[in-house]
Design a protein around this ligand. Structure first.
Ligand SMILES: C[S@@+](CC[C@H](N)C(=O)[O-])C[C@H]1O[C@@H](n2cnc3c(N)ncnc32)[C@H](O)[C@@H]1O
Length: 195
């Protein structure tokens, strides 16, 4: 992340926005029982709200310094320093996988698809991927100067989630963000996956 991001993502203003608006929008209607995994928590702006909502929360962060900071600031939180595109967790571990404003920091479409594949793999059958991400705009391009900016294309997102094996894909665009919902179907009901 560039310096502008580092300042923004650790600011009280950002955390307030996440707690009051973003997390409620993303988890609205999602079953709060069981365990949730957040991919790419950064400075942890969503963590308190997620821990208040879900029975159990774990996070996976690719940046080792940020991961260590989360461990220090959130006692008892299961923090793994790893790539969301190559998760070390066993399959069918979580009831929900969340991602907030992190996919546009994943450099290639192929790697983003691997994040979807991995989210699918670690979800229990019936589990839900619930996330949101920033869409392309001039202001977002400016904010990401000197940083990775690979925004999602909403026109292809449904098919990409489908190729990962998800069903019941629901997309909603609001305020320059897309919210995504997708279900790992129960075993025996999955559509055949593309090679
Ligand atoms: C813009 S920050 C968003 C942080 C947080 N989700 C929030 O809403 O405040 C993006 C975060 O995703 C992390 N990230 C990027 N690629 C990742 C990957 N492949 N696996 C796990 N984390 C990743 C970055 O290190 C960074 O902490």
């Amino acid at each position: 992340m560039n310096m502008a991001h580092r300042l923004l993502c650790r600011s009280p203003v950002w955390e307030r926005r996440c707690v009051q608006r973003v997390v409620p929008w993303v988890v609205d209607g999602v079953d709060s029982r069981g365990s949730a995994l957040e991919i790419g928590p950064g400075y942890g702006a969503n963590i308190a709200a997620l821990r208040a909502y879900f029975d159990e929360v774990a996070v996976v962060e690719i940046d080792p310094v940020l991961a260590a900071g989360l461990e220090a600031r959130h006692p008892g939180l299961a923090v793994t320093n790893a790539d969301g595109a190559n998760l070390p967790m066993p399959e069918k571990t979580y009831d929900t996988v969340t991602n907030f404003t992190m996919l546009h920091h994943v450099p290639t479409t192929k790697q983003q698809d691997s994040v979807f594949d991995e989210a699918f793999r670690v979800l229990r059958p019936g589990g839900v991927l619930a996330g949101c991400d920033t869409l392309d705009s001039i202001s977002m391009r400016v904010l990401h100067v000197g940083d990775v900016f690979n925004p999602l294309d909403v026109n292809t997102l449904r098919d990409r989630l489908g190729r990962a094996g998800f069903t019941d894909v629901d997309l909603e665009c609001r305020g320059g963000q897309v919210r995504m919902r997708a279900v790992r179907p129960h075993d025996g009901t999955a559509p055949s996956r593309c090679p």
